[in-house]
Design a protein around this ligand. Structure first.
Ligand code: SF4
Length: 353
């Protein structure tokens, strides 16, 4: 078992960079944000790609940039509009942070994305990974980055038998030691691309790997044990009742509170009921926002929000919130304009036009 934390020699670093960037030049997937050098467009892609699959991001990224082509456009947009464009991607705090950061860039940097480390870090929602991505990919600055793909590649390439926090720490040290002055953006993207397409979590394709010859865990026969498997937390079960109250062709929707998860998004009236374990997650209100009478079951649904596994029963309902600020009747044509939660979008999609 190797726990060596020595840095690779200069010669090895050079070989790795040469092989991996040459491979990337030939094998990189053709993704729309790789065809631009606009720091704003790259920033949006990096923000969307955190926690979301590439295939899912392509359409969102394209639509978002059509709606908000520049930092100024995003800064001047109202928040509901930004959330509507983000609706379905999840992790809505990212959208709010993008919006706030665009306003800060207009206010403090004349609307131009800064390239300095400290200026980027000062922006809302921009962490070390995004700083590294923007600086290296958009500005060709030799800035390191580490994401889950990079950690996995390093754990295998250097046979690192480390628990999660130590692996993250050491991965940053390695990334900083390895990032080249020439084409740092290509190097960083090559590392992530290797993790996404070849050195995948399960069944890595070592026979197709451009750095297989210098892979320590392949030599040691420990690929399947790197990185160390995380201790899995069981999902949190959530049981919900959703109410479909209609007035002609209009549907009753309620707005979530301005703080907490999915803040300010619109959803069908929802109440959490005790799940099989007799507990509530607190993710949803325990009562409807007004008197609603529930009737027949229209559908049973399953949905996931991060660690939460949701079982929901959709029921026909009559009634309306007492206070108009708690809900509103929404016509079909207005639905596209409202930031809906992913679950409500899914339910309404299933019900059809
Ligand atoms: S040889 Fe296999 S384990 Fe090693 S970096 Fe390449 S794909 Fe990953």
């Amino acid at each position: 078992m190797s726990t060596t934390l020595a840095m690779p020699t200069a010669a090895r670093r050079r070989r790795l960079v040469e092989r991996l960037t040459a491979w990337y030049a030939e094998h990189a997937r053709d993704l729309p944000w790789r065809r631009t050098s606009d720091p704003y467009a790259i920033w949006i892609s990096e923000s969307m790609l955190q926690q979301t699959r590439v295939e899912a991001v392509i359409d969102y990224w394209t639509r978002f940039l059509e709606r908000f082509p520049t930092i100024q456009d995003l800064a001047e947009a109202n928040e509901d509009d930004v959330l509507t464009q983000w609706s379905g991607l999840g992790y809505y705090r990212r959208a709010r942070s993008l919006h706030a950061a665009a306003q800060a860039i207009v206010r403090d940097h004349g609307g131009r994305m800064p390239s300095e480390d400290a200026a980027l870090r000062a922006l809302p929602g921009i962490g070390p990974y995004t700083v590294g991505a923007i600086r290296s990919i958009a500005f060709e600055e030799p800035a390191a980055l580490v994401d889950g793909n990079v950690e996995r590649v390093f754990a295998r390439l250097f046979d690192l038998d480390l628990e999660a926090a130590a692996l993250k720490r050491h991965s940053w040290e390695l990334a900083e030691a390895l990032v080249p002055d020439n084409s740092p953006g290509a190097w960083n993207q090559a590392l992530m691309e290797l993790g996404a397409t070849v050195c995948t979590p399960r069944s890595p394709r070592c026979d197709d790997c451009p750095v297989a010859r210098s892979c320590a865990s392949r030599k040691a026969g420990t690929v399947a044990e790197r990185p160390r498997p995380k201790v899995k937390q069981p999902p949190i079960e959530v049981a919900l009742e959703l109410a479909l109250a209609t007035d002609g062709d209009r549907i009753l929707l309620v707005q979530r509170p301005e703080d907490g998860r999915m803040a300010g998004m619109w959803e069908l009236p929802t109440r959490e009921i005790e799940n099989d374990a007799g507990s509530l997650s607190g993710l949803f209100p325990a009562e409807f926002a007004g008197p609603l009478e529930l009737d027949e079951v229209l559908a049973n649904l399953r949905h996931s929000i991060t660690k939460h596994r949701i079982r929901a029963v959709l029921r026909q309902a009559t009634g309306a919130p007492k206070r108009p600020d708690l809900g509103r009747w929404v016509a079909p044509g207005e639905l596209e304009e409202l930031p809906l939660t992913g679950m409500t979008r899914k339910v309404l999609g299933k019900l059809g036009p």
